[in-house]
Design a protein around this ligand. Sequence first.
Ligand code: SF4
Length: 96
Amino acid sequence: MAMSDKIEEKLYQNRYRVDEGCPHVRIDASKVPSEQLKAMVDICPAGCYVEGENGKVEVVPDGCMECGTCRIVCQETGELEWAYPRGGYGILFKFG
Ligand code: SF4
């Protein structure tokens, strides 16, 4: 099988076990989105963040790679609750 350089194709190799109703990344919707949070729409490598029509930023962490980028970028804004998924859930990396 030929190696591909496209990130979308590499991400497709990953598998996820979604913890329904228990997202491991949450946004405090009571706050006005900071520039850091808005930047996550472009920065998140898995495309988990979207900006809605109302200007609010939403996160759907089902395809999260647990890289921690959003946790670090938004560390000082206090808008994110971030934790690793419960055992047995989250990303399943395929090696080899
Ligand atoms: S941890 Fe990484 S992949 Fe997951 S939502 Fe944050 S930036 Fe995206």
